[in-house]
Design a protein around this ligand. Structure first.
Ligand code: ADP
Ligand code: MG
Length: 316
């Protein structure tokens, strides 16, 4: 494939005009107005064996959890309430029943934790690898879903929790590093992300909270989506990035760059928020990491570091 992921999505977007009043391709979720003062939110995500997960590394339960979690997180990223999920499965012939049982156990665990019913899907046999697609429906009061396009010059940029743990967990898995308590905690953060649903809903109830999204590809890449959609740029002080004790310890032990993991690792599923500078969102557990600026030559100006080449995760 010659086109990059985002270029391909842009081509598709140009082919399909969006009905008046709806929000289509380009955010965490589509937003479709309903009668009765609510908007419906919709998102879907696909996981392919071999590229998003390795059957040899992940437990079936963890995979079930994570498949739902990444979708729930897209609703959280808009500040919405998840309503229901739909699960579609392409299962390689010869797959052990215990794998599917385990997957459904993990999927049910997170579904009941967050009170989200599974209401449908599709099941087919596959001659190739395993493929899992989850679609999610959510809702938000009309016009209250927080979009990537809502950032304003002068806004404070916040993140909702420690970054880089999931990326470090993935390194532990891929590099086959011996696991003590620290490494296990990071691997757990990778396989069992907790979507920030309650927090997202609280924040979308506050007027001065502007743009919001979930961090799936890493702040370096995800922030660029907010900047492009809002026509602004940003200044990020990497010294302010919240890092867990586990991450700092693992970076010390294994010689990893914590800042790079925090910015590029991805899959932390924390929230990235921009808000009016008159607000102080630290009581919500948010950490301020920078500021929105008028559109400039560079999308992001990195402060407190000599590296300027931070990039998030890109599919192809
Ligand atoms: P996220 O990381 O938040 O899940 P993605 O980067 O996967 O978002 O997708 C970006 C946007 O492009 C979303 O609005 C998504 O719905 C849309 N999108 C991705 N692939 C397609 C496709 N094949 N057809 C239509 N829309 C797509
Ligand atoms: Mg998202």
């Amino acid at each position: 494939m010659k086109k990059g992921e985002f270029e391909l999505i842009d081509t598709i977007r140009e082919m399909f005009p969006v009905p008046e009043g709806s929000l289509g391709i380009g955010d965490d979720c589509a937003v479709i107005p309903q009668k009765g003062g609510m908007d419906t939110l919709v998102s879907t995500d696909m996981l392919i064996e071999g590229s998003h997960f390795l059957l040899s590394d992940v437990s079936a339960e963890d995979l079930g959890w994570k498949s739902a979690a990444v979708n729930i997180s897209d609703i959280a990223g808009m500040g919405g309430r998840p309503v229901a999920t739909f699960l579609s499965f392409a299962i390689p012939r010869g797959t052990d029943d215990s794998f599917i049982d385990g997957f459904m156990k993990g999927y049910r665990e997170i579904s009941s934790k967050y009170g989200i019913p599974l209401l449908g899907g599709d099941t087919v046999a596959s001659d190739n690898t395993m493929c899992i697609n989850v679609a999610i429906l959510g809702e938000a009061p009309a016009g209250k879903a927080r979009l990537r396009s809502m950032a304003d010059t002068g806004d404070t940029i916040y993140v909702s929790g420690p970054l880089g743990d999931s990326g470090a967990g993935l390194k532990v898995i891929l590099e086959g590093i011996e696991r003590g308590a620290t490494e296990n905690a990071l691997v757990h953060r990778h396989y069992r992300p907790e979507p920030r649903v309650e927090l997202g809903m609280k924040l979308s109830g506050i007027d001065g909270v502007h743009a919001m999204m979930d961090i799936s590809d890493g702040v370096a890449s995800d922030l660029e989506h907010i900047l492009a959609a809002s026509g602004v740029s940003a200044e990020i002080d990497v010294r302010k990035l919240p890092l867990s004790e586990d991450l700092k310890k693992a970076c010390g032990l294994h010689g990893w760059d914590a800042v790079r993991l925090a910015l590029e690792g991805g899959e932390d599923y924390e929230l990235l928020i921009t808000a009016d500078p008159s607000l102080d969102l630290s009581p919500f557990g948010l950490t301020s990491i920078g500021r929105i600026k008028e559109k400039g030559a560079e999308p992001i100006n990195w402060i407190g570091t000599t590296s300027m080449d931070y990039k998030g995760y890109h599919q192809f």
